[in-house]
Write a protein that binds this ligand. Structure first.
Ligand code: ZN
Length: 277
């Protein structure tokens, strides 16, 4: 079910990890951001759009992780965008032999067969100097940063006061650092949070990639909560975060495992590099 969260901005939440797909109305169609997870959900979204007389004018993936790269044939053949680095990462993934099996290994088995992989990751990279999505709707500013995944981008729809945060600023998922290729994932994440903080004053509605939306009054609290977690990872890795442990929301107890693995990997990294964090 599509739900309006701001003027001309709607979202649909998947049952899988409360993944949020976002629809923005433009002049000749909609912009669809991170379209969804299961085949039937994306088909239902396509139904809702066609019932409203809307076609998809453009797509956008906030980052190159499988749950943000999916698409459904019924959503049409509009151009799908991401940052240049996001698109390059997706391209590398798709160039590996057996990539479907590899991705299937990341998808929880209970939904694996319901996730259509055929159109995964077919996105066009936008050059870094292009700071807005090319389409004929309200201006959508691309705030690229290094956190969580290569080429991760938040999107700011200034005239609607909407910030689409990708996999940051969630009420249920802790900051998940990109530990794969960056020299200093902790500093990168903190820098990314500062970028989001710079625009927070213009935000009436924050839509995270997973979890609940937040209103203007909660945006700084979400940023502070993520920053506190990252600081704790750096300084004193004690899980004092409400998203980890007994205070986690129902069904989200597995985030504690994500936290534990992340701590381990970070510890291995700093042993190897001889530097803290
Ligand atoms: Zn995600």
């Amino acid at each position: 079910m599509l739900r309006q969260v701001a003027d001309g901005v709607l979202m649909r939440q998947s049952e899988f990890c409360q993944s949020n797909a976002v629809v923005v109305h433009g002049r000749t169609g909609v912009l669809l951001i991170d379209p969804g997870i299961r085949d039937c959900e994306m088909a239902a979204l396509a139904d809702d759009l066609s019932a409203a007389g809307q076609a998809v004018a453009a797509g956008f993936s906030t980052h190159p992780h499988w749950d943000h790269l999916l698409w459904h044939a019924r959503l049409g053949a509009a151009p799908r965008y991401g940052t240049a680095r996001c698109a390059a990462t997706a391209r590398d993934l798709l160039s590996e032999p057996g990539w479907k099996d590899r991705i299937a290994g990341w998808i929880p088995p209970d939904i694996a067969e319901q996730v259509p992989l055929d159109l995964l990751g077919l996105i066009t990279g936008l050059p870094a100097e292009m700071t807005r999505i090319p389409w004929d709707g309200p201006g959508v500013r691309i705030i690229e940063h290094r956190a969580h995944a290569p080429g991760h981008a938040a999107l700011l729809i200034e005239e609607r006061g909407v910030l689409i945060a990708g996999d940051m600023l969630s009420d249920v998922l802790i900051p998940m650092l990109d530990l794969t290729g960056t020299a200093d994932p902790i500093q990168d994440y903190l820098a990314a949070l500062r970028l989001l903080e710079d625009v927070a004053g213009d935000v009436d509605v924050l839509i995270p990639g997973h979890g609940s939306i937040a209103g203007a009054g909660q945006v700084h609290a979400r940023i502070d909560q993520d920053r506190a977690y990252v600081h704790a990872m750096r300084d004193a890795p004690v899980p004092g975060d409400p998203r980890v442990g007994p205070s986690a929301k129902d069904g989200w107890d597995w985030v504690a495992g994500v936290h534990a693995r992340q701590l381990q990997r970070l510890a291995r990294r700093s042993q190897r590099d001889g530097t803290p964090g």
